[in-house]
Design a protein around this ligand. Sequence first.
Ligand code: GLY
Length: 369
Amino acid sequence: MIQKTKVNLGDRSYDIIIGENLIDNAGGYIKPFLNRAKTVIITDQNVAHHQLGRLEESLHNIDFTTIILPPGESTKSFAQAEDLLNQLLALKLERSDTIIAFGGGVIGDLVGFVASIYLRGIDFIQIPTTLLAQVDSSVGGKTGINSNFGKNLIGSFWQPRLVLIDVTTLDTLNIRQVIAGYAEVVKYGLIDDADFFKWLEDNGHDLISGSIEQQRSLRTEAILKSCTAKARVVGQDEKETGNRALLNLGHTFAHALEAENGYNDALYHGEAVAMGIILAFELSLKMGLCQQHDVERIKTHFKTINTKQISQFDFHVDHLLEHMKGDKKMSDGKLTFVVARAIGGAYLSNEVDMNDVRAVLNHSFKKGS
Ligand code: GLY
């Protein structure tokens, strides 16, 4: 069954369409957004290997060029953005044309950023192919590249015209990537939907490693729920002046863990988010906000679905605290944390005592305590 939800942003509103085998009909979904029958698909080598043929075959009567980039976080660079812009210029793409981001978060973020500055801004369509991109990064218009100073520090808010999510692209994703993306699904339950967290406790295992039919139908349900939650938040606070920051639950910790790890593949973003979420709830417990039972439920759930555990790493606490101070969410010298009174009861606080943050980190990591 095909599911649909929507980001409401006036004349920049767009649909998020979710279902099985949508890629095989992608041309039909994309055509209404093309001013002329010409587009450029931008993807990476891994996605090209597993899925590109399906997308290309669906583009009947559409003249297209495909640009295939190297996979991995290092593709989100100034050099790749410049090269991509030059390729689009060489293809004489016009301001009224639409390009397609076909891949995970790296491709979506880079292509969105390039779309936002090419000829002062052209349209783009997101066809996300990882769970993380399908439930989070392809929706909401955050685009960007990395710099030597940190991740996503250069970018723009640039909304796609359409998000087309085909859950069957997850069939060829390795299980570690699925589990990592799943952390962003759990996030929505923990922020403000305790019933959804309970549903994930009941169904998360089958969603990740049940039969192919179970996987696809449970993933569709979870993606719809996640995208609907995100669309609501983005519709109310597109530029993150308020509650959109709740979507950063666990991310201040996660970004510090990733930075200390040198952004290498020993720790995927989603894996760091799972750890960051646990740390955010441990901080909330330390602050007397939530209960031990809440923290235990979250830890148990992440363990059940086999995420990487904090105990597998031993980071230096002073270094982690230093990374946090470089976070782009710093305002007036203060960090805003997402803390929680309970599962489903998250809120923003810039009154967190950094001694509590240190104590929580000391509990998990021995170095620098
Ligand atoms: N990934 C968080 C947001 O889009 O706001």
